[in-house]
Structure formats: C-alpha cells, structure tokens
Design a protein. Structure first.
Length: 195
C-alpha cells in the first residue's frame, strides 16, 4: 500500500485523472493482476475499460494506511542521523510531523537543530502526552537503543522505527520497523561479490 500511495500521489500531482491497472502496475514493476487483487481489498474502485479514478483511489489508500490524520513523531538521538531524519521530506510530509527531538548530550539540549528544539530524554514522557506523539524514531548508538525503546514504550508510544544497528525485542502490542543501513550494504556487497 505505501508503494501504491506514492505512485497515486505522483499521478495526482501531475493532474492525471484516471489510470489503468496495467499503467499503475507497470510504474511499480508489478503484475496488473497482483495490483488489482491488492486494491480489491479496498472495495470496488476500478471500472473495466476505464481504470481507476486517481483521486478516489488515493483517498481509499490514504484511509487504509491511516494517512488521513496527523502523525506526530519523536526522534530520539540528535546526532548526524537524527538531524538528517528531522530535515528529511519524508518526515515533514502532510501526514508526518516531527513533534520533538530528544538527546542526552547537554551541549545539544536546549538548542534548535533541524528546525526542532532538542529536549532532554528525561522530558520524553511529558512530551508524548503534550504532543500526542504516536511514532518514536530511534537514531541512537546501539548501546542506547534498548533503553530508549523502553522509555518510548513506558510513555505509551507503541510504534517504533529503529535505525540503531541492534535488533529490538518488544512486548506484544508494540511494533518496530528495523532499518539497518549497514546490513543492507552487506547484502548488496554479497550480491556484488557473487558476480
């Protein structure tokens, strides 16, 4: 669904009114039957011979992904990665908003970095409540990731994105997406060496 959302948002931005399943599938490198099956879970939205109305389908995909509301985000770790994430377009799109940036470094706390005031990690629980933070992003060194995850969970944040190079085990009801850039490079190196 996130890929469909991106493709449909692009079509909408270009003013495209309708798109066939073949056109959408080709733009994503998918089989049209797979695309139609996936989109059928959203209801009967396509018309045979006409395709999909882009705005209608985009609205349905947004609702399915819960992108029809604001998602305040807390980034824990105001180092190079945390700042890059705070400045990225993906975290400042119409659906996601960096509500707070946290660190434990006294030299960073109280400063404004990437357009966000850096708070001490000890303020996390209060800020989660005040800002309605729904997603926590961990951009800390590996040795701090478990503690930060624990603090986010204790504050009521149940959706985490972990950029630290460590696997987090979370209790039931919590979700984590692991984003390990070094592991991805290792996979590419493996395939590159096999050529």
């Amino acid at each position: 669904m996130p890929l469909y959302h991106r493709a449909l948002a692009d079509l909408s931005a270009r003013g495209v009114a309708t798109a066939s399943s073949a056109e959408l599938a080709a733009s994503l490198g998918l089989n049209p039957a797979t695309l139609r099956r996936d989109l059928s879970h959203l209801g009967s939205l396509g018309l045979r011979g006409t395709g999909y109305e882009v705005e209608t389908l985009l609205g349905s995909v947004r609702r399915a992904l819960a992108l029809d509301r604001d998602w305040p985000i807390a980034i824990c770790g105001a180092g190079h990665l945390g700042l890059a994430l705070a400045r990225s377009e993906g975290f400042s799109s119409g659906h996601f908003r960096v509500a707070a940036l946290f660190d434990v470094d006294g030299a960073k706390v109280g400063t404004t970095l990437g357009g966000c005031l850096v708070h001490h990690l000890d303020e996390l629980a209060a800020m989660v409540g005040d800002e309605g933070i729904a997603i926590g992003v961990i951009a800390t060194p590996a040795n701090a990731a478990h503690e930060v995850a624990g603090r986010l969970l204790a504050a009521g944040v149940r959706a985490l994105v972990n950029f630290a190079p460590v696997v987090l085990s979370l209790p039931p009801g919590a979700r984590v997406r692991q984003v390990d850039l070094s592991a991805e490079l290792e996979v590419l190196a493996h395939y590159g060496a096999r050529r």
